[in-house]
Design a protein around this ligand. Structure first.
Ligand code: BG6
Length: 478
């Protein structure tokens, strides 16, 4: 972990992107207000549109006011923040343009020139990443080309490639230009407080971990549901689909956090070693086992969304039964469901324990009415609940399920940071634990590719919007 540097420049490729507007500028503004950014900081937006610095500043101002109404604005401070914003217009494919960026960096600090601390942020579609990285290298801005003073790092947004092959190609390209400790593959789920808490919950408490195995756990269910559609991201979704957009990263990262072994220590690589091992142990999918393990869906009306093909077969929902073929989890199903335009927005993980050996209190042969569960709610609630059976007051012995609940909101008063606050700070500090390492990215793609290949040619099942998803999703539980 490095100290807060004296100076810092973040260069955002995709300066006019939705991500930059919704997440990056508000987070940077707030980090600056809270005093978390180095005193000498600058934000350089890079985009294709021709904009003067002032026009760019006005745009960012407008976007923040409309998209981040919760951000606390203080006009004087905001004006100060705007004075740190600069803009470079270039064609990302043309090496020539990167000289402008080089010049902008030099102009800003003629003394130290390119020796300042530089963080490149690729908020661009995945196919542009190799192009940008090669051009940075050509322009003398690669991480390995740094020979003085500061550091150079790069954050690459998900999806990282679009399959195993392109992820490997991207890893090869980026590996030529940056060292692994300069590369930050971001998955914002790893910046969420309740996600970071999974490891703390498991490994700082003696009472859960001994039960956290196939001997006591019947199944694990992970749900990432959203009650809205693809919004205005039709072009992106047509290329990605839910398996690439959510399953390959957010969902498999949650699964890895639940299933990983205790790390040797808390260094980034020890933790990431354990996550990589889980992903490597996931049983691959084949056409003959995918029928019962994978259900893909598409919400009704998806094909009429802007920039979506009228006969699109892209999935907006997936329900997948995973198995992790290792000592701890052999034959325990991990049911993972994720989808757009469902009835609720919620992310949660439910760990269901096996029945007690004797069922005294319920219908014979069944304990599901009272199943013991640990329920980790990631959002919108940030809670952990323990579900168990209790005797209903009265003469008869009747057992009802009850809950014990921990809620972040009531147990802690500290104001939380958003994932982007936290992960930007981590990248500046050089802390990589909550970024995805090359091997995990590739293992996750290998699994998702095997799902895609196994169900190739099977059209997704349509489901009504604001429903629970395709009816046949129940198949994965059989
Ligand atoms: C993004 C996906 O990575 O995560 C979106 O591209 C999805 O499709 C979003 O809506 C969900 O993030 P969060 O933090 O709102 O759950």
């Amino acid at each position: 972990m490095q100290e807060k540097p004296a100076n810092f420049t973040i260069v955002i490729f995709g300066a006019n992107s939705d991500l930059a507007a919704r997440k990056l500028y508000p987070s940077l503004y707030e980090l600056a207000q809270w005093g978390h950014l180095p005193d000498q900081y600058r934000i350089i937006g890079v985009g294709r549109a021709l904009l003067a610095h002032e026009e760019f500043r006005a745009q960012v101002h407008k976007k923040l006011l409309t998209l981040s109404p919760d951000t606390i604005f203080d006009e004087a401070r905001f004006t100060e923040f705007c004075s740190r914003l600069f803009y470079v217009s270039l064609d990302l494919h043309e090496c020539e343009g990167y000289k402008e960026l080089y010049k902008e960096l030099m102009d800003a600090s003629p003394e130290t020139g390119l020796c300042d601390h530089l963080l490149f942020y690729l908020a661009t579609p995945p196919d542009l990443a190799p192009v940008i990285i090669r051009n940075l290298d050509q322009a003398g801005l690669g991480g390995k080309q740094m020979s003085c003073g500061g550091w150079r790092k790069i954050i690459v947004e998900k999806p990282y490639g679009r399959n195993l092959q392109t992820a490997r190609e991207l890893n090869a390209v980026i590996g030529k230009v940056f060292n692994e400790d300069q590369i930050f593959r971001i998955d914002h789920y790893l910046g969420k407080e309740p996600v970071q808490n999974i490891m703390v919950f498991r490994f700082s408490n003696g009472i859960f971990e001994p039960l956290w195995t196939r001997n006591y756990i019947a199944n694990v269910e992970i749900t990432i549901a959203e009650d809205f559609g693809i919004r205005d991201r039709g072009a992106f979704y047509e290329e990605a689909g839910l398996l690439r957009d959510i399953m390959q990263n957010h969902a498999l990262q949650l699964l890895a956090a639940v299933a990983m072994e205790p790390p040797v220590d808390l260094t980034a690589d020890s933790v990431r070693d354990e996550k990589a091992k889980v992903l490597r142990s996931i049983r691959p999918f084949f056409p003959d086992n995918a029928g019962e393990s994978v259900v893909l869906g598409q919400y009704e009306g998806y094909r009429s969304e802007k920039n979506v093909a009228p006969d699109s077969t892209v999935e907006t929902y997936a329900a997948v039964k995973f198995y992790i073929d290792n000592w701890r989890w052999k034959d325990v199903p991990f049911f993972v469901k994720a989808g757009k335009n469902l009835s609720v927005t919620e992310t949660r993980i439910v760990i269901t324990f096996k029945c007690p050996p004797q069922n005294y209190f319920g219908p014979a042969e069944s304990c599901s009415y009272i199943a013991n569960q640990v329920i980790l709610c990631i959002q919108p609630e940030e809670t952990i609940a323990l579900r168990f059976g209790a005797k209903r007051p009265g003469e008869a012995v009747i057992t009802d399920p009850v809950y014990m609940k921990f809620d972040y909101k009531t147990s802690f008063t500290e104001a939380g940071m958003t994932p982007y606050h936290r992960l930007l700070l981590d990248a500046i500090a050089g802390e990589q634990m909550n970024f995805i390492r090359q091997d995990s990215v590739e293992h996750a793609w290998a699994i998702v590719d095997s799902i895609r290949d196994a169900v190739h040619g099977i059209p997704p099942e349509l489901y009504p919007i604001h429903s629970r998803g395709p009816e046949s999703a129940v198949r994965i539980y059989s």
